[in-house]
Design a protein around this ligand. Structure first.
Ligand code: NAD
Length: 484
């Protein structure tokens, strides 16, 4: 049986990549190939940039309210095909279908927020900055932008950027993750149906060659990136070298602190989804559970029993709480971290290494795994594992937790469970991560607030979506004027 091959969408047309190299797209629950993705070339990128550049002058002149109307139509089209998008997402990524629905909802919320362009893109002015002299600031689009996406949110992450880039008058090229390009292929079919002017939105599939061609292309003004920290750093540096605007969001090591007064039973569902949702492959996933003081034993007992109650299986099964991880290679990487934890002396109190699903024997499953008595210097407490592996670091005081958080080398998100406002104030005042959850296990800002961490979790200053994204995609032109 020949597998479907993903195409590029350039200048309003579906086109084949001119590459000879293709990768396999897998269904991670079945461990089976479902399609092929071209590893595109510099020529593919040149073609997309040429189309985006050609489309830019007319699109820039299109009034913002008219540009927003394309997004209103797109939102309606997404709503109509909501279930289809979610199903494709689960099929190629593996996450539970309800999580995929949540992800598609967040994708659509970005379209909704972007339609506020006529308010969000306005400038400001002041008369008489000197006698008879007025000054105004206006926001202008800049040209062609591109975004490079990770595998864990094939639907949502590209939409932290795409709708804002185009609604502000730029034209755009997306490179989806080569591991999960089918969701955006579906989304681009819907875009095609809405009838944007040719060349305004384009997608080029591929891997490093496509990324490097985007980074080096002189006609691209800026890059939005989301992925692992080493890649984010590379993107940031290379954009610096080529003089591009850049926002590069990286990896994470998120800590969830449980204070002695925390309402453990009420917290439990959100803790389970924080650590095991998306099989731990979220940049906001809990990775370290840090009980403070005497709460530890009760917390751990309840956490283990809730974990054991979670159903593991195909994401397409409505009852599934946790699906597979993305690939065999990633499963092996996670298993190696578990071995490292044992070797370095942590107590393995729930072992997911030998998990095998009777109906899906070839799926890339790792069972939920919990280590107790992890110390801050162990590898599993320092590196991003990106799988269903929990490290419990028992802390004596809140100060210990703050110290633990601020010495991890990542600063994406941190959460605290407590009813005590003074504890919350200290926590949010002192910790470095830029996304904070209070009695919330996944501190995910919605589309109208900015998304992004600090330190090694985010290179650049303007984050994804929120108000700031309208600044990222526009230049502030200041006019100082007087008349004689
Ligand atoms: P990744 O860095 O391997 O890949 C991301 C993108 O970069 C892909 O499109 C890939 O083709 C490209 N890429 C990878 N290596 C490259 C290289 N050497 N040169 C050029 N391009 C390269 O990340 P991933 O494994 O797809 O995603 C998981 C990572 O993303 C995790 O670290 C996770 O924490 C992070 N993430 C962060 C956020 C956030 O908001 N900070 C959100 C989602 C995911």
């Amino acid at each position: 049986m020949t597998l479907p091959v993903i195409k590029n969408y350039i200048d309003g047309e579906w086109v084949e990549s001119n590459t000879e190299v293709f990768g396999d797209i897998m269904n991670p629950a079945l461990g089976e190939k479902i399609a092929q993705v071209p590893y595109g070339t510099k020529e593919d990128v040149d073609m997309a940039v040429a189309a985006a550049r050609k489309a830019y002058p007319e699109w820039r002149k299109t009034p913002p309210i008219t540009r927003a109307r394309y997004l209103f139509r797109l939102k309606e089209a997404f709503e109509e095909q909501f279930e289809e998008i979610a199903e494709i997402l689960t099929t190629e990524q593996g996450k539970a279908i309800d999580e995929s629905r949540g992800e598609v909802r967040r994708m659509i919320e970005n379209v909704e927020h972007a339609t506020g362009v006529t308010t969000m893109m306005t400038g400001y002015c002041l008369e008489d900055i000197a006698k008879g002299v007025d000054c105004s600031l206006q926001r202008q689009p800049m040209g062609v932008f591109a975004a490079i996406a990770p595998y864990n949110f094939p639907g949502m992450v590209p939409w932290w950027f795409l709708p804002y880039a185009i609604v502000t008058g730029n034209t755009f090229i997306l490179k989806p993750s080569e591991q999960v390009p089918m969701t955006q292929a579906k989304v681009f079919e819907i875009i095609d149906g809405v009838g944007f002017p040719e060349g305004v939105v384009n997608t080029v599939n591929g891997s490093r060659d496509v990324v490097n061609a985007l980074l080096d292309h002189p006609d691209i003004e800026g890059i939005s990136f989301v992925g692992a920290t080493p890649t984010a750093k590379y993107i940031y540096e290379r954009c610096g070298a080529t003089g591009k605007r850049v926002q590069a969001l990286g990896g994470a090591k998120n800590i969830v602190a449980i204070m002695p007064d925390a309402k453990i039973d009420a917290a439990m569902p959100s803790l389970i989804t924080s650590f095991f949702g998306c099989a731990g492959q979220r940049c906001l996933s809990g990775s370290i559970l840090a009980p403070v003081g005497e709460v530890a034993d009760e917390l751990i007992e309840k956490f283990i029993s809730s974990t054991k109650a979670m159903k593991i299986g195909s994401g397409l099964d409505e009852q599934t709480g946790m699906g597979p991880v993305i690939s065999g290679a990633h499963r092996d990487r996670i298993l190696a971290y578990i071995e490292k934890g044992i070797e370095e002396g942590a107590d393995l109190i729930l072992d997911g290494r030998d998990f095998s699903h009777p109906d899906f024997p070839n799926g890339y499953f790792v069972g939920p795994t919990i280590f107790d008595n992890v110390t801050p210097d162990m590898t599993i407490a320092k590196e991003e594992i990106f799988g269903p592996v929990v490290s419990i670091v028992r802390a004596k005081t809140l100060d210990d937790v703050v110290d633990l958080i601020n010495t991890r080398g990542f600063a994406n998100a941190a959460c605290v469970y407590t009813q005590n406002a003074a504890v919350v104030r200290q926590f949010k005042y002192q910790v470095n991560p830029a996304m904070i959850g209070v009695n919330i296990g996944i501190a995910a800002p919605m589309s109208f607030f900015p998304f992004g961490g600090s330190g090694n979790s985010m290179f650049g200053d303007l984050k994804g979506h929120g108000r700031e994204i309208f600044q990222f995609y526009t230049d502030a032109k200041v006019v100082i004027e007087r008349y004689f």
